[in-house]
Design a protein around this ligand. Sequence first.
Ligand SMILES: NC(=O)N[C@@H](CC(=O)O)C(=O)O
Ligand SMILES: [Zn+2]
Ligand SMILES: [Zn+2]
Length: 361
Amino acid sequence: MQAHSICLHSSLAMATASRSALRLRAADDMHHHLRDGAALKLTVDQASSQFRRVVVMPNLVPPVTTAAMAVAYRERILKHVPAGRAFEPLMTLYMTDGTTPETILAAKATGVVHAVKYYPAGATTNSDSGVTKIENIYPVLETMAEIGMPLLVHGEVTDQTVDIFDREATFIETVLKPLIQRFPRLKLVMEHITTADAVKFVSEAPANVAATITCHHLLYNRNAIFQGGLRPHKYCLPVLKRETHRQALLGAIKSGSPKFFLGTDSAPHIVEKKHSGCGCAGIHTAHAALELYAEAFEAAGCLNNLEKFCSEHGARFYGLTINEGSVELSPATWTVPESYAFDTSVVIPLRAGETIAWKKN
Ligand SMILES: NC(=O)N[C@@H](CC(=O)O)C(=O)O
Ligand SMILES: [Zn+2]
Ligand SMILES: [Zn+2]
């Protein structure tokens, strides 16, 4: 008994001692959904509180398909940045079958478009205008490889006969492997990876192939979707996978490889679209993104890798300067609000009504 309690006491003391405040270089989120219109009030406030820069996803309705649309969207975003906050939205274009090399060159010329997003048509939220066959965009990819514009990929096949848990692995084999053979210099980011297959593919690929990893895929496996009942706020695409895949993602962050960097995929939907007979995919994490990553890295025993993952790997891959300034997280437990006012209603954030073990100062 005595030995047991001493052991417990000393491990608690160690845990407390290791939980000092974390100071990180100002961070970047390489995959973020800010949405548009009234939604910008919440999303821009939260994103700019957590991050210095975010890569803004273009899956609006209608999608952001031209340089002019990206420039106009950026202006709408900037109007919502709270006074005194440094925040830079890194804009993206939405690739369609109609995108041309000229579209890409015009986007590059704006200086504010940093990447092009490839959604297989029908793969996820607002992807109906996406690419129907990768061959359709070969000339565009040629231009992108030439000018160093990254292609961001939602990596899932849309074939409904393929099991939903296998769609990422199948996409790697049928689309990505041939693609990097054909365009060996193309900068490619496999977005929000969820499987051991993706970790292996990206790790073994050349340096121009990288991946973002979300905090929710680091923290949860697919059991979370069904814990005590159906949990719509744990439903996103690609869907959470089994524990062995989550462990592979943890292996990626533990490795410290510069190929893996922060991309929250914070994807808010009004509560009515989540609590529905056919609920939307997307998890909102922008209220506590850095805190959730800190939890995941702490649990994996690799907090020393957190700063590079949040603030350096992504910027280097995109060819951006590293941010000045810093952000501090305290080892303080707080309770997440049940909801935030969002768009025409509210959004239920990840961990609503539950606690998080880190707090941004
Ligand atoms: N991740 C999601 O589940 N949803 C995203 C789209 C996406 O990133 O695939 C959304 O826009 O809601
Ligand atoms: Zn996606
Ligand atoms: Zn996304």
